[in-house]
Design a protein around this ligand. Structure first.
Ligand code: ZN
Length: 325
């Protein structure tokens, strides 16, 4: 337990507090979102997934790229840019001990669909503004949240989704072996990475993500259940996250089990499940840290060749969305 000391991500979480304050202050325009927007099912475009070998660099890094957006998306993007939320996340990752052998652009844009995805062709992570804005609607319309609360919750969900996509990116560029469903593995990665930071706020981020899956499951009730999908079902993703939260700290989150949110038969296995998953991810990531202890903390010196990122950001005007979320 606890080998994956995520000091850097802890620092990120602290940054989120100030970023979020700026975000809420500048995002009043989001209240003009049309009500009752329909949820658009995500289409898988398998043929656009590139399996070509990638050119790797000695050192890489994360960089934030702002792409095109419509009126509503642009207002949100402006708020995001002012808040420097993703810049803070990128800086935190770039100054960590993680040695990333590729440049990973983080593209923030309108996509024409509610989505976020990792694209292996250029190692980019795309966070679609529609995902956050749809989540604002979902929490305010179905989750009983005020518009202001929904904004906060949607931002938390967006951060969780970013860490999920980061998991896909790291599995790809670090060639981390994954057996079983990669989608489950990166949900675990996002949850563990956040929970291993010592902050109340990260638990809130993770629990909001769980609640988001529950609301999505309720929203799609009556629709055909995609048993064929690469993702686990929304309720399964909900229970997996809640299990890790409980497993990390059963006494603090005893109510999850006693109130029946997490059935006891699962709850009793969760502490062990948390320990095993944390140990697995720690083992897999350890060789990719530049410090001998294999932890995320800030390096004494940046690894040579890490800065600045050496290949130019992709042209954000030519998206090929590969839904991976
Ligand atoms: Zn995914």
């Amino acid at each position: 337990m606890g080998q994956m000391t995520l000091g850097t991500v802890g620092a990120i979480a602290l940054l989120l507090t100030s970023s979020y304050a700026a975000f809420t202050a500048s995002s009043g325009n989001a209240k003009t979102l049309p009500e009752n927007r329909r949820f658009a099912p995500i289409q898988i475009e398998e043929n656009q997934v590139s399996h070509q070998p990638k050119q790797h660099f000695n050192g890489g890094g994360f960089q934030v790229v702002y792409g095109p957006a419509g009126d509503r998306g642009q207002r949100f993007q402006n708020a995001l840019r002012d808040a420097r939320l993703f810049e803070s996340l990128a800086e935190g990752l770039n100054s960590s001990n993680l040695n990333v052998p590729a440049n990973i652009p983080i593209i923030l844009r309108d996509c024409g669909q509610v989505n976020a995805f990792y694209r292996p062709a250029d190692n980019s992570i795309t966070m679609c503004h529609e995902l956050t804005l749809d989540t604002v609607d979902l929490f305010s319309q179905s989750g009983g949240s005020s518009r202001e609360e929904a904004l906060e919750e949607a931002l938390f969900v967006t951060i969780f989704v970013f860490f999920h996509e980061l998991g896909h990116a790291l599995i790809d560029v670090l060639e981390i072996p994954a057996t079983g469903k990669e989608e489950d593995a990166v949900d675990d990665f996002a949850t563990l990475l956040l929970l291993e930071t010592d902050s109340e706020q990260v638990e809130e981020i993770v629990l909001n993500a769980a609640r988001w899956f529950a609301l999505q499951a309720e929203r799609s009730e009556g629709s055909e259940i995609p048993y064929w999908g690469e993702h686990s079902l929304d309720w399964q993703r909900f229970y997996s996250i809640v299990c890790l939260v409980y497993g990390k700290n059963p006494s603090k989150y005893a109510a999850l089990a006693t109130k029946g949110i997490l059935p006891r038969r699962r709850a009793e296995r969760c502490p062990r499940e948390y320990e095993k998953k944390l140990a697995s991810w720690t083992t897999l990531l350890k060789p990719h840290f530049t410090n001998p202890n294999g932890t995320w903390g800030s390096p004494a010196q940046p690894p040579p060749g890490s800065y600045p990122p050496q290949n130019p950001p992709p042209n954000p005007r030519q998206p090929t969305p590969v839904p991976r979320w």
